[in-house]
Design a protein around this ligand. Structure first.
Ligand code: ADP
Ligand code: MG
Length: 263
């Protein structure tokens, strides 16, 4: 079970797009995948609303009533599950505080899930703030992917994420493996080139080689409830997310303990 959290405190950088399509790429490569919606705005969940989701099954029950994750996940197609979100997730911070038990709760929940679903890879669409649920996602994951859209404000947000992760490392007593992913890249734009140069200067090898281009198929596909591979497998967006899949196979070899499973 590989666990990847997609995190950035900034909204609109491509977290949900990356969760949907990176999981889609793994699925295309014959992996069993689970998409976990950890954002009370529930954008990822809404992409799959057309399949008739059971509204009684959602992530808040895991926090509120200790319902096992396996009972809350819903199949969206063969070998693909979704753990849906709703606005109640906003209550997690105020209800449960920030003690060590709650901060490790997802890690524990995924350990239990891995007993029955050892071959399922986990993709977590984090919310755009540092609270209990995003800390849970960071603490439970092997790798954090930080999408950074190709505009100047995004560099500031990447620096903030880096500071937040560094502050958490002593708490976790391990390095938090992370990679920055440039999204919405348009190589004709000077800004894209400058943002990439600055990101590589600041974060070096932690910036992924793969970049996600600005692509209409990536913007349109969620609206009709599809990932980009089902919408247009020949699109630049599909090509980029598949390239990301292959790059992550190499990244997995650099990770200290658990590796990203190879197909
Ligand atoms: P976040 O989850 O970080 O808030 P989203 O993934 O929802 O960001 O992306 C914000 C908006 O940008 C969405 O409308 C999405 O369709 C669009 N978008 C994201 N990445 C791309 C891309 N590479 N090309 C075109 N549109 C994109
Ligand atoms: Mg989102």
């Amino acid at each position: 079970m590989t666990r990847i959290a997609i995190f950035n405190q900034k909204g609109g950088v491509g977290k949900t797009t990356t969760t949907l399509n990176l999981a889609g790429a793994f699925h295309r490569q014959q992996h069993q995948v689970a998409l976990l919606d950890f954002d009370p705005q529930a954008h990822l969940t809404s992409i799959y609303k057309h399949i008739g989701l059971d509204h009684h099954k959602h992530l808040f029950h895991f926090y509120q009533s200790d319902v096992p994750l396996a009972q809350l996940m819903q199949p969206v197609r063969a070998e693909m599950m979704l753990l849906s979100a709703n606005a109640e997730l906003m209550k997690v911070d105020s209800h449960f505080g920030r003690g060590p038990i709650i901060l490790k709760k997802l890690n524990h929940g995924l350990n239990v899930l891995s007993e029955t679903h050892p071959d399922t890879d986990i993709f977590i669409d984090c919310c755009p703030y540092v609270g209990v649920i995003s800390l849970n996602a960071v603490f439970a994951s092997d790798l954090i992917i930080i999408p950074v859209s190709s505009d100047y404000f995004s560099i500031n947000s990447a620096v903030k994420v880096e500071k937040a992760l560094r502050a958490l490392e002593p708490v976790l007593k391990r390095r938090i493996e992370r990679r920055y992913l440039l999204t919405r890249a348009d190589k004709r734009k000077k800004m894209t080139v400058e943002v990439e140069q600055e990101m590589r200067r600041l974060f070096g090898r932690e910036v992924l080689v793969t970049k996600i281009s600005e692509n209409i198929a990536l913007a349109e596909s969620p609206r009709i409830g599809k990932n980009v591979f089902d919408y247009d497998a020949g699109s630049p967006g599909a090509r980029d997310y598949m390239a990301l899949y292959f790059e992550l196979q190499d990244v997995s070899k650099q990770l200290p303990e658990k590796a990203v499973a190879v197909a």
